[in-house]
Design a protein around this ligand. Structure first.
Ligand code: SF4
Length: 311
């Protein structure tokens, strides 16, 4: 009875306030898959233009499968975590018979974990799998007043009459109302059922995982120009991408032209961008003119550095 009341209250709220997001206007499993992979570690507002451009360039798995990897990575540039883009293409190449239509086969796709498989199979195919991401984990922990047994609780709460809508409703509550800090309990459709609210323990649930201490690092990038071209090196971090080189034997760095910060997990970098001259350049470096620069996959760091120089 109580679970029925919770479902009714949440679905009524969701139907009233749900955000109109482009991937909510389709049941195409391919499009939902692309959106779910993009949304991993990336905010909704940032994903929307990438999602629309990606689907325009690669409207289905066959188009993605036969695209050059460089083009896929270029479309992904700025979203980060490029292994996600590579896995998308790897998985698309296994879809000769169409998009898999059951949880286990979706779970077997490269780059797809339990959460993503549950989200795709419930939203695209209406299959009864509860999707538990960070937002859902927080809602369930607070609702039940406990960190324990999140997945079983999510499974038992699942609205089997429309699992896709239910999963999206719980995620929506976590993303817009049951916020990590300062949840908006006065506006929450589940306030009357919530264990954490009853006990005033919202800030304790879910228990926080210890974060590693930030490490501060300084790196130098060189801008070496010759006859209107600039020297780039293959990225050591992201295969298939290009970076500005760091100091090497035959390069003479000049003054700092610009500096910027960039964070990768707990590493906080300060990059100094210096003009440099070089008698010769290492074999792995290549010269690119301005026009080509806009067509090749540049690392986020290289784009930030070159952007600093243009402004
Ligand atoms: S009442 Fe507050 S803590 Fe409980 S689910 Fe709603 S927003 Fe989250």
């Amino acid at each position: 009875m109580r679970q029925t009341d919770i479902r009714r209250a949440l679905i009524r709220w969701y139907e009233r306030v749900r955000r109109d997001l482009p991937w909510r206007r389709t049941r195409d499993p391919y499009a939902i898959w692309i959106s779910e992979i993009m949304l991993q570690q990336t905010r909704v507002a940032a994903v929307i233009p990438y999602y629309e451009n990606f689907l325009a360039a690669f409207p289905d798995a066959a188009a993605l499968a036969c695209a050059p990897e460089e083009q896929v990575l270029a479309m992904w540039a700025g979203l980060g975590y490029y292994s996600r883009a590579r896995n998308l293409q790897k998985a698309a190449r296994t879809m000769d018979g169409g998009f898999p239509a059951n949880y286990e086969s979706i779970r077997d796709l490269a780059g797809v974990g339990e959460y993503t498989a549950a989200a795709i199979s419930s939203i695209a195919f209406g299959l009864p799998h509860a999707a538990v991401d960070g937002n859902v984990r927080r809602v369930i922990a607070r609702l039940t007043g406990s960190d324990a047994g999140i997945q079983p609780h999510a499974d038992s709460l699942l609205d089997r009459s429309d699992p896709g809508r239910w999963n999206q409703a719980v995620m929506e509550l976590g993303a817009t109302v049951c916020l990590p800090r300062d949840p908006l309990c006065d506006h929450c459709p589940l306030a009357g059922f919530c264990g954490a609210r009853r006990e005033g323990r919202q800030s304790e649930l879910p228990a926080k995982r210890a974060k590693p201490e930030p490490v501060h690092l300084t790196r130098t990038l060189l801008v070496i120009r010759r006859r209107g071209r600039v020297a780039l090196t293959p990225s050591a971090l992201v295969r298939g991408f290009w970076d500005l080189p760091e100091p090497f034997d035959t390069a003479a760095p000049g003054p700092v032209l610009a500096s910027f910060r960039h964070t990768i997990t707990h590493r906080r970098y300060t990059f100094e961008v210096r003009r440099a001259v070089a008698k010769s350049i290492p074999k792995n470096l290549r010269w690119f003119d301005g026009e080509t620069l806009s067509e090749i996959p540049l690392s986020t760091i290289a784009r930030k550095a070159l952007g600093c120089l243009v402004v």
